[in-house]
Ligand binder design. Structure first.
Ligand code: SF4
Ligand code: SF4
Length: 441
């Protein structure tokens, strides 16, 4: 098995000996965004700010406030400069940051300094866990057209950075599909938990629901997100498969998102007996690390993730786009409820190109499964109000906080105009094509 042995000191990449990792508290610009270097551990994330406004850079234009789904960012100063007023109200989506035309909003958490330290520690096995959407955003930082798939080069870069293992979040997305699809089937068939079932993989949405609609908690899927599952499975099943003790592992979640930093710190994320996720970075930070290491990204070969927790199906790939989770879970539900094999696994009717899309899926031997796919929390709030009023007709509702889903996450390379339109369209087209090429069975 490649990459399944702890590194020998001599195996640490040469770049690490000459690299001075950024110190705690230092501010570092990464791909156009300022980050405060800080690696929190054991802190209640609900009390933390993950983004904040630099008052001296703020031009009081109000764009951030207009894009904020919760009202957490408001005027705080006499000249109209904004600020995130309350960490409890903020769902850490990063949409204010992505839409600030003046680069006045920074991230308050960055583990990059600690990760470099762990990469050169011979006693630590550093496990990288990249999300599906990262491989569609990373190439932009190296001059590639928006939405270019660079998964193979990303894996190669992670190895050259010194990550000991690549256990792919696409593998965990497959696990999530099985879990979430099975839970939906139980709710539909047994009626023991309320319908509709909401998806639970987007941490901004989960915090939004917990904060603003706590009475609907029983409607949220009880499944962890893919990265929540992968962190704990890495240190248990992965440890068993690789022969590496979970306590030696340092797991790094690599996300298109800011809110995943919040999720990684949630107190309950310790099912493995350790912290399931030790550090979380986003696409911009990974690109910066690759550049710091002097890696010529464009010359890298295409490489695969490591075995055991690295393989995946095409269904996992579509997790990165709005409608993808729904479509993947519906394929499972269709086959179990109908007893039929789905001839064409593309259920494109639920792939959302707008903020809200609904569909009726006829399932033989069952009836009609009614679903809704929503991105953007203002749209989600309307559906929550319907559920609260007992007027929701749906069985299953997928919610993604960011417009268009994770491909437009707050941790992706900045380009606000494209984030709203061409990134989404071009990425969905590529994801669909890749899914068709890779689907099995
Ligand atoms: S978008 Fe940026 S510049 Fe405009 S008010 Fe918000 S923080 Fe200030
Ligand atoms: S991160 Fe999201 S919720 Fe928080 S202030 Fe920014 S836009 Fe609002």
């Amino acid at each position: 098995m490649s990459g399944c042995k702890p590194k020998h000191p001599a195996a640490a990449p040469a770049y690490l000996s000459g690299l001075e990792p950024p110190a705690t508290g230092q501010r570092v610009e990464m791909e156009g965004v300022t980050y405060k270097v800080a690696a929190p551990h054991g802190i209640d994330p609900a009390s933390m700010f993950f983004v904040q406004v630099d008052v001296d850079k703020c031009m009081s234009c109000g764009e951030c406030e207009a894009h904020c789904p919760t009202g957490a960012i408001q005027e705080m100063h006499p000249d109209g400069q904004r600020g995130v007023v309350d960490p409890a109200a903020c769902v850490n989506c990063g949409q204010c940051l992505a839409n600030c035309p003046f680069g006045a909003i920074h991230e308050e958490v960055s583990y990059v300094g600690e990760i470099f330290e762990k990469l050169r520690d011979p006693d630590t096995v550093v496990v990288s866990m990249p999300a599906p959407a990262v491989r569609y955003g990373l190439g932009e930082c190296f001059g590639l057209p928006t939405g270019t798939y660079v998964g193979g080069k990303m894996h190669a870069a992670l190895r050259r950075l010194g990550f000991d293992l690549i256990w792919d979040n696409e593998w965990a997305a497959d696990v999530t599909i099985m879990e979430e699809g099975t839970e939906l089937l139980e709710r539909v068939k047994k009626g023991d938990k309320p319908l509709p079932q909401f998806t639970s993989c987007c941490p901004g949405w989960v915090k939004f629901a917990e904060t603003y609609y706590p009475d609907l908690n029983d409607h949220l899927s009880t499944c962890k997100s893919p990265i929540g599952m992968l962190g704990s499975l890495a240190k248990t099943y992965g440890a068993e498969q690789s022969g590496i003790a979970g306590k030696k592992m340092y797991t790094v979640s690599i996300m298109p998102c800011v809110a995943k930093k919040f999720e990684g710190l949630r107190p309950e994320m310790d099912a493995s007996g350790y912290r399931d996720i030790d550090a979380t970075i986003n696409t911009r930070e990974l690109a910066w690390m690759i550049k710091q290491a002097g890696i010529d990204f464009m010359s890298l070969p295409e490489e695969e993730p490591d075995p055991a927790l690295g393989m995946s199906t095409g269904a996992a790939t579509i997790f990165g786009t709005s409608g993808g989770v729904m479509e993947a879970a519906l394929r499972l539900a269709y086959e179990v409820l109908s007893g039929d094999t789905l001839a064409n696994p593309d259920i494109k009717v639920v792939r959302a190109h707008e903020g809200l899309k609904t569909a009726d899926i006829p399932v033989p031997n069952f009836g009609t499964v009614k679903v809704a796919v929503v991105s953007g929390l203002q749209n989600a709030a309307k559906l929550c109000d319907e559920v609260r009023a007992g007027k929701s007709p749906y069985h299953f509702i997928e919610v993604m906080t960011c417009p268009g889903g994770c491909v437009n996450g707050g941790g992706q390379p900045l380009e606000p105009g494209m984030l709203q339109s061409s990134l989404f369209r071009s990425t969905v087209a590529k994801i669909n094509r890749r899914y068709t090429q890779r689907r099995v069975g």
